[in-house]
Write a protein that binds this ligand. Structure first.
Ligand SMILES: CC(C)(COP(=O)(O)OP(=O)(O)OC[C@H]1O[C@@H](n2cnc3c(N)ncnc32)[C@H](O)[C@@H]1OP(=O)(O)O)[C@@H](O)C(=O)NCCC(=O)NCCS
Length: 169
């Protein structure tokens, strides 16, 4: 089963509002940066992929610019009725291709086993070192799971529940 994967330029429509609502409802997705306008901007810049299945909007993934040199891959979403059949893996693979084509250095941080599994399926490397090649401020800076930044090297989540995945780094 395959989704139709599109990236810029985009057909028009209100899919951005639908996506905004869907992403904000997901506890694993960082909501503070999600707006319909921002999602569309990322898409128009070639930094997001939208997935359709039988003309239904079922998937999204974005690469958020987080510094002059790096993008953070995140906001990965598959409609709940379509999870577990490989669509998420297709999104991740497409994003990896896009970043390679654009020669952008990307990374993702996730504690969602399903998302981590998608990256494993497309052979993206898990990376155990949180300070290089991606700077610490971008990977593991102050974080609500382990607020004591001075003790961060002892964080029990790092490289356990919480994984750093490199895209084209
Ligand atoms: C993460 C997400 C995009 C994955 O999409 P998906 O279409 O279900 O992914 P796929 O079907 O391609 O693959 C999922 C893989 O994860 C595995 N998986 C699912 N739950 C898992 C778990 N709890 N532990 C380990 N692996 C798990 C599946 O077994 C599958 O691997 P398999 O095909 O070898 O069996 C989707 O679950 C989602 O939208 N989640 C909500 C939003 C979210 O949390 N996004 C990630 C933010 S970091």
């Amino acid at each position: 089963m395959h989704m139709r994967l599109v990236h810029a330029p985009m057909p028009t429509g209100s899919i951005w509002e639908i996506l905004e609502r869907a992403l904000l409802a997901e506890p694993h997705i960082l909501g503070s940066r999600i707006t319909a306008t921002k999602l569309r901007e990322l898409y128009d810049e070639g930094l997001a992929v939208v997935g359709f299945y039988e003309e239904r909007l079922v998937g999204f993934i974005a690469a958020w610019p987080v510094s002059a040199d790096h993008v953070e891959v995140g906001s990965a979403w598959i409609h709940i009725e379509h999870r577990g059949v490989g669509f998420g893996t297709q999104l991740v693979a497409k994003m990896a291709d896009l970043l390679r084509e654009q020669k952008k250095s990307g990374f993702a941080i996730s504690d969602n086993p399903a998302f981590i599994a998608t990256t494993r399926k497309v052979h993206l490397p898990l990376h155990n070192e949180w300070k290089s090649p991606i700077p610490y401020e971008l990977t593991c800076g102050p974080c609500e799971k382990f607020p004591n930044d001075e003790m961060k090297d002892a964080c029990p989540y790092r490289n356990n529940a919480c994984r750093l995945i490199l895209f084209n780094s």
